[in-house]
Design a protein around this ligand. Structure first.
Ligand SMILES: Cc1cc2nc3c(=O)[nH]c(=O)nc-3n(C[C@H](O)[C@H](O)[C@H](O)COP(=O)(O)O)c2cc1C
Length: 202
């Protein structure tokens, strides 16, 4: 699977083959791929807790208030270590760069897992303090998200739904879509031509 196929066909999976374990070697490989994500100053402030223990996964699912998470044999808890990035960049490092770094790392995991034949879903809805207490996350770190991981039981029924580019692409300044009179938006027409040419040459 090439990177473009991976980006376009990845979906959030919320039903897993609970009895089919994910081998440690595969989890390790996944993380070893994801670590090539960019990060501010190459600080690599992400930390990742691999949770396979059933009672812990039950607790995580409850903290997230999403019991479907129980069907995933692995939970990957992405944490953000604020120490070094804060020392290097201060407030902007702690509040902005550190979270962006973790997001790039997370996206790498989602795409690499998909390419390796595994399903994932990002879960961002949880109480930070409860998650910190459960997993012994120290004061200088934050839980950013949980990624459920496992072999897919059933993929989502609905096809991927994404906004048309015209709805979020602006020219030169925020909000400038080129004006109503300019449809089709010339930049988009050009972009579509380039995309289709590139597809043909691949
Ligand atoms: C920051 C973030 C938080 C999310 N939190 C949840 C969540 O709590 N529960 C859930 O089922 N999905 C969650 N998702 C998954 C989104 O619902 C999903 O990515 C979106 O609907 C698009 O579907 P797709 O991933 O299949 O393309 C989250 C995604 C992101 C990026």
């Amino acid at each position: 699977m090439d990177i473009i196929d991976a980006i376009k066909t990845r979906r959030s999976i919320r039903k897993y083959l609970i009895k089919k374990d994910v081998q440690d070697e595969l989890i390790f490989e996944l993380i070893d791929i994801a670590k090539y994500a960019p990060s501010a100053g190459n600080v690599q402030n992400w930390r990742i807790i691999v949770v396979k223990d059933k009672s812990k996964r039950d607790k995580i699912s409850r903290i997230c208030d999403q019991l479907w998470m129980n069907t995933a044999p692995v939970h990957l808890v992405i944490c953000n270590d604020l120490t070094k990035i804060g020392e290097l960049y201060g407030k902007i490092g702690r509040e902005k760069y550190s979270r962006q770094d973790c997001a790039y790392f997370t996206q790498n995991i989602l795409l690499a897992a998909h390419a390796l034949g595994l399903g994932t879903c990002v879960v961002g809805h949880f109480d930070d303090l409860s998650m910190k207490n459960l997993l012994d996350i120290p004061d200088n770190a934050l839980p950013e998200c949980v990624i459920t991981l496992g072999y897919i039981d059933s993929p989502p029924a609905k096809p991927t739904n994404r906004k048309r580019i015209e709805l979020f692409l602006y020219l030169e300044k925020y909000g400038n879509t080129g004006g109503r009179s300019m449809t089709p938006f010339p930049l988009i027409t050009k972009a579509k031509q380039i995309i289709s040419k590139n597809k043909k040459s691949r």
